[in-house]
Design a protein around this ligand. Sequence first.
Ligand SMILES: [Zn+2]
Length: 390
Amino acid sequence: MYMFDDSRACHRCFHNKDLIDYIRQEGQRGWCDWCGGRNVYVVPLYRLGDIFREAVCIYEHDDNYSDSISFLLQEDWKVFSDKIEEAPDDLMQEMTVEILKAGLTEKEYFTDYPNYDEGFRHEEPWLEDHWHYKAEAYFERERTLNGLNEFAEGTDDPNYADFPDQLEAAFEDLSIDYESGKVLYRARIHKDRSRIEKFEPSELSAPPPDKATAGRANRKGEPVLYLASGDKTALSEVRAWKGTAVAIAEIKVRRSLSVVSLLKYEPPESPFFDDLIKWKVQLARLFHRLAYELSMPVMPHEEKNLYFSTQYLCDWVKKCGYAGIEYPSAMGNGFNVILFNPGDAEVMSQKYVRVNGIHHSTSPLRDNEPIYEEGPFDYLFDKENQKMLP
Ligand SMILES: [Zn+2]
């Protein structure tokens, strides 16, 4: 027996563009039973059932949480129009549940689907967790193999080679080309007070292997070239103090290169009509985290395993055939670039500047403000929204 609801919803009930387009295309002119619109495009609810049920797979049914499924959909994606959202008696929740049940028999609903009237929460960040677990295991293994890099070929151990092809596809979506001759920047603080000559151009490139310390993108002894999009960003990245002399080099890319740009990453805009939405939401979270990790300044005496995650990323990007990776700068307005092969770029010229002052723009931290700032995509994953029931 179908849980029969013969009501109809219209394109004006929704804010989500995909749903509006769908209803305008598939609907007929008529009256809307939910928002009261007249002479609008309407579809019977069962036409929306599968579309909604596939989208809400990004949430977990969990009655320990007090968020309703409609609240999550609206908060994360703004699915419904203002009129529906603001309607009395939680019409939005009633409508959501009716849509989620629409087209199912009672038996199907009670056997195969969660109770949509109960609480829901965001999925655990399994991809992010898995990534960090893998990164750790990968480097532990490398260590036990005496530094032998087993990564590139022949990783038949299923624990080390199970990232899906979608990751490679995601890199491809994010890839951009650098033309030969593109100019980037790199700064180096002139720390040695006893040295009166300026740096040679070669000293502004990557350090030689015996001087290369481990970093976000490289292991000890394996230099890569850390670059910045502009001279100001390069200067901010070295965190020079007042009075220091800093050499800033213009660095030219020597051949055309394909790099992965984490700056290009955008979280999905809509949860509907997308078979891969579950994966994409996870991927958004992972890439957001990796961009954050890469952009964090390296602290002296930092735990070595804090580099594992980003080194692991760089290994993957390299393995997929890219020459480098772009990521946001936490220190300035521009962005940073890592080229895996320092020989892919050369120093063209350098100038010396003296740091006259450092200007930070600040605002007082309110008493209830979290110490860590939220990132731009956190609305997708905001744990604060997952209120526990008392
Ligand atoms: Zn309507």
